[in-house]
Design a protein. Structure first.
Ligand code: AMP
Ligand code: MG
Length: 343
């Protein structure tokens, strides 16, 4: 593969034509990078194992890391997943409240889903995107689309077409530019299970749909953190992930930081606060703020991967990250910072 074409989808008047073209490419077994409300995805026809193999190849993703499947309707969920009776009610409630949107549900799979998609697991991760382009393409194709984040394996997720280009140029033929992603963090992943009194929602990945938002549907459980990079029990939730090329260190307090002479350091600051933050602690070579002046977790989430990529490209020797408070969206941000700091 040589040239990567970027299709500008900013004008709604072009949308039908673009959707038709992209659905045609997917039908022909090609892979296409598409915008979603979370991060950009690298999509393929989920029922075509050869097409899905191209996604793994372009990303250099190991085959033990399963993909999320995007559906365009509730009927499509039934085509690929078998929802057990004992969780039917909670699954319906979760979908009604959060679909289309950044919530992925892990459900028992049907045979039509290739093992390639699920890494041989007997479950499939399903989501319905709220992004108008992704939504329209799935509907036009009439089949579910497997779409992991459009970055090389283990790297920073792309929240713009330009970031996808940096990750995958020359490896894929087409990127649809639908502007910046509204949420900026990957979907929350839940595996619902029947419980004694209430359903149990195993939160496999923290994301825009927070624990606080899910508690009314059942008991939210977070699995223990996976410290090895190969545990099959927590597929894809690898210790090292979202990693910049530049080493990143997450500090609890600035006092833990001892700069080495001759090394340059970039600060990933929460809001650039001189009072509570690390900004005064050292003469940083570069400072980037997640929520400049505001200290809003929602803004920090949207900007997170963009800012991380900016620091990674700044040429500093090491990125030092301030912690954010581990509530609401802060749980997902801290989870990503922890994984980004593992080498
Ligand atoms: P990505 O779309 O690149 O963020 O990756 C999708 C993630 O979804 C994987 O890394 C897994 O963590 C998760 N996932 C996909 N399928 C399953 C499944 N059947 N069971 C548990 N987790 C899954
Ligand atoms: Mg990913």
């Amino acid at each position: 593969m040589s040239e990567t074409r970027i299709i500008d989808a900013s004008d709604p008047a072009d949308q039908n034509k673009i959707v038709e073209e992209v659905a045609g490419l997917l039908e022909a077994g090609e892979v296409v990078a598409l915008p979603t409300e979370t991060v950009y995805g690298l999509g393929a026809d989920a029922l075509n194992a050869d097409a899905v193999a191209k996604v793994f190849a372009a990303k250099e993703r190991p085959e033990f890391d399963p993909l999320i499947v995007h559906v365009g309707s509730y009927e499509q969920v039934d085509e690929i997943a078998e929802v057990p009776d004992e969780i039917k009610e909670v699954v319906a409630k979760l979908m009604k409240a959060h679909w289309p949107g950044p919530l992925t549900l892990v459900l028992p799979k049907k045979d039509c889903v290739p093992d390639m998609v699920t890494s041989g697991l007997d479950t499939v991760a399903v989501r319905m995107s709220a992004h108008p382009i992704m939504k329209a393409v799935v509907r036009k194709l009439g089949k579910p689309i497997a779409a992991p984040s459009a970055n090389r394996f283990g790297r920073i997720s792309p929240t713009s077409a330009a970031a996808v280009e940096k990750e995958l140029a020359g490896r894929i033929s087409t990127i649809v530019d639908g502007g910046a992603c509204r949420e900026g963090l990957e979907s929350t992943i839940i595996r619902p299970e029947a419980g004694e009194k209430r359903p149990v929602l195993h939160m496999l990945r923290a994301g825009p749909v927070t624990k606080e938002m899910l508690q009314r549907f059942g008991k939210v459980e977070r699995p223990k953190r996976n410290r090895s990079n190969e545990s099959p029990e927590a597929p894809g939730q690898l210790a090292s992930h979202y990693a910049p090329v530049t080493p990143l260190r997450l500090l609890r307090k600035i006092g833990d930081f001892q700069p080495e002479p001759g090394k340059s350091y970039g600060l990933l600051s929460y809001c650039g606060s001189e009072k509570t933050g690390f900004i005064n602690g050292y003469d940083w070579d570069q400072v980037e703020e997640l929520s400049p002046g505001n200290g809003k977790l929602s803004e920090a989430a949207v900007r997170f991967f963009y800012v991380l990529r900016k620091l990674d490209e700044s040429g500093v020797d090491e990125i030092i990250a301030e912690p954010v408070s581990e509530t609401g969206l802060g749980v997902a941000i801290m989870d990503k910072l922890k994984r980004a700091s593992v080498r």
